[in-house]
Write a protein that binds this ligand. Structure first.
Ligand SMILES: [Ca+2]
Ligand SMILES: [Ca+2]
Length: 281
């Protein structure tokens, strides 16, 4: 599934606060919070973000997805990075929250981000995050995303970010149908995260289930683990592969093994992170 790791070792934290790396567990990933445009002031929201967007100062953090049984990197997840000219990073979640209020710019930005992520992919299998609000954000956007991702010359898996309310769930469903029609595999992201919505449709057809990092911290709740075990058992029947996110320690990796989860992702593998900055092109 994956060729040799030519780019190892580098790094690419899930997110990096201005000034340094942070462990993955503390960070929300590429998932944009449910911040609505009415809740923000566009002027105050601009802490250099507009300039970053206008000058396309984008980067990518690639996190390895590791096969538990062999320790091999089998794929990477691409995470968007927003670099100010002074070198500081604007947190991705903040940037995406702002972009939700500017749909056309959101689509344009996401297309540029995806192009970069595909172009610089460190391996043959790449997981990319796609938000229904960008997928459906403009007329013709869905077709552009599908064309870009399906013709990438890579094995692309689309991580479907599910949102918080019923209307968003409908949009997520629409995106998942579109991806399936295009033959693009998809991963259900952040399974088990508080506030997530998982439909039977999504569960039945997902190619990957990515279990949310909130599952990992100790003390581990026996009933939640039982739910995960049942989902892993279900995945064996549907043919989906399971990924445990937020793996930070060898004990976390052991948890993945015990649960029968085939793949792991997280800060434990930080020596294999790969980062591409805006000036690397
Ligand atoms: Ca993701
Ligand atoms: Ca995730």
């Amino acid at each position: 599934m994956q060729r040799a790791l030519a780019h190892v070792p580098l790094e690419a934290a899930e997110d990096v606060a201005p000034g340094g790396d942070e462990p993955l567990a503390a960070l929300p990933g590429d998932r944009a919070p449910a911040l609505r445009p009415s809740h923000r002031d566009p002027l105050r929201a601009d802490d250099g973000l507009l300039e970053v967007l206008e000058t396309a100062r984008f980067g990518v953090a690639y996190e390895p997805i590791v096969e538990v049984s062999t320790g091999r990197t089998v794929a990477h997840e691409a995470l968007a990075r927003f670099h100010r000219a002074d070198g500081a990073l604007i947190p991705a979640a903040r940037a995406f929250a702002w972009l939700h209020g500017a749909p056309a710019l959101f689509v344009e930005t996401e297309l540029a981000l995806k192009r970069l992520q595909l172009e610089r992919a460190p391996g043959h299998t790449l997981f990319v995050n796609l938000d229904p609000d960008s997928y459906l954000g403009a007329s013709g956007a869905a077709e552009q995303f599908v064309a870009l991702l399906a013709r990438a010359g890579l094995d692309v898996v689309v991580e479907a970010i599910e949102n918080l309310d019923a209307r968003d769930a409908v949009r997520a469903g629409e995106m998942i149908s579109g991806l399936r029609d295009a033959g693009l595999p998809f991963a259900l992201d952040d399974v088990g995260a508080a506030g997530g919505i998982i439909s039977f449709e999504a569960l039945a057809h997902a190619d990957y289930l990515k279990f949310d990092r909130s599952l990992v911290p100790v003390p581990r709740d026996a009933r939640r683990l039982a739910v995960v075990q049942a989902l892993v058992g279900m995945a064996k029947h549907t043919g989906a592969r399971a990924v445990l996110e937020g793996v930070e320690t060898v004990e976390d990796l052991e948890l993945a093994r015990e649960l029968g989860v085939g793949f792991a992702q997280g800060y434990l593998f930080r020596d294999r992170f790969v980062r591409v900055g805006p000036d690397a092109r």
